[in-house]
Design a protein around this ligand. Structure first.
Ligand code: AMP
Ligand code: ZN
Length: 119
């Protein structure tokens, strides 16, 4: 069923505490943790605790939860002090765009110059 945990999902395992993560923020609905392979001085992943395969699926099924994720990206940026210098929120969607974990997640990247357009 939509939103239910998936047995083989890495991020569902992080939500369940079965895989360790360096959590920087947590709410009733969302968890934010350090990316294990950071691409910037600030590289945090914000995920809904419920499982959806990508950002658009999440927003379609549960717009309020998608808003929780988006709001939490801003809270992460403030907490890690990259809000003033600027930061980027990225939802890779599909393998062709680099999505490797099919549990919706926002990358919050900051703390260095960020080129536009992205690669
Ligand atoms: P994506 O490629 O957009 O699906 O993003 C998945 C992200 O998850 C990558 O940036 C990985 O470095 C990150 N990642 C993979 N395994 C872990 C883990 N165990 N803890 C934290 N981040 C992870
Ligand atoms: Zn999942």
């Amino acid at each position: 069923m939509a939103g239910e945990p998936e047995a083989d999902c890495l991020f569902c395992k992080i939500v369940a505490g079965e895989v360790p993560a360096t959590v920087v923020r947590e709410t009733d609905t969302v968890v934010a943790f350090q990316d294990i392979n950071p691409q910037a001085p600030c590289h945090v992943l914000v995920i809904p605790k419920a499982h959806y395969r990508d950002a658009a699926s999440l927003a379609t099924a549960d717009p309020a939860l998608a808003a929780d994720v988006l709001r939490e990206t801003g809270a992460v940026a403030t907490q890690l002090k990259v809000d003033a210098s600027g930061y980027r929120v990225v939802f890779n969607t599909g393998t062709g765009a680099g999505q490797t974990v099919f549990h919706a997640h926002a990358h919050v990247l900051g703390g260095r110059g960020l080129e536009w357009p992205p690669g």
